[in-house]
Design a protein around this ligand. Structure first.
Ligand code: C5P
Length: 198
C-alpha cells in the first residue's frame, strides 16, 4: 500500500510530535524533512554541492537540533537548487510501500501534492517560542525574535514558501492540547485509509 501523510507548518508547532506518533500508530515510515535542510546548512561550503552529496552520516550529526542549525537551514532552504537536489529523495520516500509520514514546510504543496492526508499544524509565535525555550533553554525573548524571523523567511521566499495546501486540515495547537490534535490527525488518517487496512 502507498499512503502519504503530508504535515506542514512553522517551527515548534507540533509537526514532529504528531508525525512520529502517527507513524508509530499506523506502522508508517517517518521523515523529518527539516533535518535534510539542517544537514545541508551544517555541512558548510557550497550549499548546492552539500545538498547533492548528502549522506546518512550528515543526517546523523548531533548538532542539528540547535536554533543556530535551524537558522542556517532556513537560509539554504531559500536556494531553489538546494530544494531541487532534495526533491527526488523525499518523493521516493513518500511513495514507499507501507505508508509514509513526511513533515516540513512544502510537503502538501510541492513534494506530495497528491498526498492522501494533508495536515497544517500551527500555533502562535509566542507559544512556539515558549516551547522551544522549554526544550533548549536560553533567552526566551531572543528565541521569539528568531522564530518570527524564520517564519518570515520561510513564508516570504519565492520557491516553495511555507503555506497550507488548499486541501489541508489545519490543526492550531495554541490552545489544543497535543493529545487532542493527535486524535484529530488519527481520525483524518483513518478516514482515508483503504478499508482493509483500517
Ligand atoms: O522543521 P525545521 O525547523 O527542522 O526546519 C528547518 C528549516 O528548514 C525551516 O525553517 C525551513 O526553512 C527549512 N525547511 C524547508 N522545507 C521543508 C522542511 C524544512 O524549507 N520541507
Amino acid at each position: 500500500m502507498q499512503f502519504t501523510v503530508a504535515i506542514d507548518g512553522p517551527a515548534a508547532a507540533g509537526k514532529g510530535t504528531i508525525g512520529r506518533a502517527l507513524a508509530a500508530r499506523f506502522g508508517f515510515a517517518h521523515l523529518d524533512t527539516g533535518l535534510l535542510y539542517r544537514a545541508v546548512g551544517a555541512k558548510g561550503g557550497d550549499p548546492v554541492l552539500a545538498a547533492q552529496s548528502l549522506t546518512a552520516e550528515d543526517l546523523a550529526r548531533d548538532d542539528l537540533r540547535s536554533m543556530a542549525a535551524g537558522e542556517a537551514a532556513s537560509r539554504v532552504a531559500a536556494i531553489p537548487q538546494v530544494r531541487a537536489a532534495l526533491l527526488d529523495f523525499q518523493r521516493v520516500f513518500a511513495r514507499r510501500l507501507g505508508g509514509a509520514v513526511l513533515d516540513g514546510r512544502d510537503i502538501g504543496t510541492v513534494i506530495c501534492p497528491n498526498a492522501e492526508v494533508k495536515l497544517f499544524v500551527t500555533a502562535t509565535a509566542q507559544i512556539r517560542a515558549h516551547r522551544r525555550w522549554l526544550e533548549l533553554g536560553g533567552d526566551e525573548g531572543q528565541i521569539l525574535a528568531d522564530v518570527i524571523a524564520r517564519d518570515a523567511r520561510d513564508m516570504g521566499r519565492s520557491d516553495a514558501p511555507l503555506r497550507a495546501a488548499d486541501d489541508a486540515v489545519t490543526l492550531d495547537t495554541s490552545d489544543l492540547p497535543i493529545e487532542a490534535a493527535l486524535a484529530r490527525a488519527v481520525a483524518e488518517v483513518e478516514a482515508k485509509l483503504p478499508k482493509s487496512q483500517g
